[in-house]
Design a protein around this ligand. Structure first.
Ligand code: ADP
Ligand code: MG
Length: 173
């Protein structure tokens, strides 16, 4: 049995994409806290926030983190997971935490090119690049403090997977 691997980082850094590839490389299960929330509530993140507010969404996010935590699992977390200290402590205590780090321009560019259905309105109505810059300024230290390892997320998903395997001294299944 191996500890879960948590992927953290801002929206667009590749947590879902890399997480799926990493889980395949290791023969682990894959789970995604945003996806878990959507399945269990039958609502999107935007809908939960609109009807219940951010505090309620954050509480649900904490529940989802605990619910998906299991051995031999790669877990893609919501971008704001690190905003609650209890989540940061939980991840560090229960598994290995990897920060997928990329500059805000790269994140914004990726999100702008996602299909319409996968796009979320920006929180402020400002250009996405500006908003991602603010988000990283606010959260970079939290991602850095929480992660056991930081990986450059500007490489291809395959290379990101390789670097994670190296950082954790894990071999492909
Ligand atoms: P997250 O789950 O962190 O929000 P996603 O995995 O959904 O990020 O990726 C966001 C977008 O960026 C998707 O369109 C995805 O195809 C693309 N993407 C993810 N990782 C990479 C990468 N390493 N290189 C290029 N594009 C990527
Ligand atoms: Mg995702």
């Amino acid at each position: 049995m191996s500890l879960p691997i948590y992927l953290i980082g801002a929206r667009g850094c590749g947590k879902t994409t890399v997480g799926k590839a990493l889980s395949q490389a290791l023969g682990y299960a894959f789970n995604d806290t945003d996806h878990y929330l959507q399945l269990t509530t039958q609502r999107s993140v935007a809908e939960i926030v609109a009807s219940e507010g951010w505090d309620s969404f954050r509480a649900r996010e904490t529940e989802s983190l605990r619910a998906v935590t299991a051995p031999n699992t790669v877990i893609a977390t919501g971008g704001g997971m690190v905003l609650a200290e209890v989540n940061c402590r939980f991840m560090r205590e229960h598994g290995q935490v990897i920060w997928l780090n990329a500059p805000s321009e790269v994140l914004a560019d990726r999100l702008e090119h996602q299909p319409e259905a996968a796009q979320r309105p920006t929180l402020t109505g400002r250009p996405i690049a500006e908003e991602m810059g603010d988000i990283l300024r606010e959260r970079a230290h939290l991602y850095r403090q929480t992660a056991h390892h930081e990986v450059n997320a500007m490489q291809s998903p395959d290379r990101v997977v390789e670097h994670i395997l190296q950082s954790l001294s894990l071999a492909r299944a």
